[in-house]
Design a protein around this ligand. Structure first.
Ligand SMILES: [Mn+2]
Length: 291
């Protein structure tokens, strides 16, 4: 709880300060969606891609936004306090949306489970829920939850969730170094990379197992689909007659799930969107020069 009370935006909330943005808001037209889902932002960690998320928040708007858990990483904050300005900016942008009339529903995950005790409460227009039912424009009922609820079922596979993380990258780098040294010593190639590859295969299995478990659980609850986060893997597909949606994360993937006004769903890959925008701007600049 200590780490949370130290978060600087809480003081600002009480004082009712306006727009204390460090990074100024982007100008220009915003793309409008009926609904936006984002999760696994992990504010309070170095891995969080806050500037990319700020660019996303300044480029889009919606009637409703769901924050599907692991927004603030309380686990990490407790160990080591890390809170740069950009992370404050994310919180403020979300609070500003709520103030402007966007419905903001916050469903805490396992890394921000300390907020679960506030379930049913409303903070500055942000509704805190354990889970939610979202009805799409085309009338489908979607169960929205973080996804750690299935960890007990997934327990046997749980340790694999960490593979594919920084640990894996480190292992691959280590593998190169270890084998360069071994080669110099005249030793044969060692199978660290083979071990790593085996683990990646397991990580893929973990993801598809998680998706199956979530979809089957949703089917028993009589909904048409499910939206979750937790495993940092954006996806949208039908599993056993259920629409499975995962909004991904803002650590590696930088993805969001959106619903268009006709109920059509889409996963936005924000790094690609930024690259496309830069290319368009460059083309416009060069055509202006030519004219
Ligand atoms: Mn999680």
């Amino acid at each position: 709880m200590n780490a949370i009370t130290r978060l600087p935006f809480l003081g600002n909330l009480e004082q009712g300060a306006d727009d204390p943005f460090h990074i100024p808001e982007r100008e220009g037209e915003r793309r409008r969606y009926r609904t936006i889902w984002i999760s696994d932002i992990h504010l309070g960690t170095r891995g969080c891609n806050a500037t990319m998320l700020i660019d996303f928040l300044d480029s889009v708007d919606s009637e409703t936004i769901y924050l599907v858990g692991d927004i603030i990483d309380g686990w990490r904050l407790k160990k080591r306090f890390y809170w740069p300005q950009a992370h404050n900016d994310v919180v403020w942008r979300i609070m500003k949306r709520a103030k402007r009339g966007t419905r903001v529903v916050y469903i805490p995950g396992n890394h921000d489970e300390m907020f679960r005790q506030f379930t049913g409460m409303n903070f500055g227009g942000v509704e805190i829920r354990r889970k939610a039912i979202h009805v799409t424009a085309d009338g489908r009922k979607l169960l929205v939850l973080h996804g750690d609820e299935f960890d007990t079922i997934m327990l046997a596979h749980r340790w694999l969730a960490f593979v594919g993380d920084a640990a894996y990258t480190l292992m691959m780098r280590l593998n190169v170094v270890v084998n360069a040294v071994r080669q110099r010593m005249g030793l044969p190639y060692w199978s660290l990379s083979k071990m790593a590859k085996h683990k990646v295969k397991n990580a893929v299995e973990f993801i598809s197992k998680f998706e199956d478990v979530v979809a089957h659980e949703a089917a028993t609850r009589g909904v048409d689909g499910v939206v979750c986060g937790h495993i940092h893997n954006a996806e949208m597909r039908q599993i056993a007659g259920v629409d499975y949606y995962n909004d991904g994360d803002w650590v590696e993937g930088c993805t969001a799930l959106v619903e268009h006004f006709d109920g059509r769903m889409e996963v936005l890959h924000w790094a690609d969107e930024i690259a496309a925008r830069a290319a368009k701007e460059a083309a416009r600049d060069s055509s202006r020069l030519a004219a």
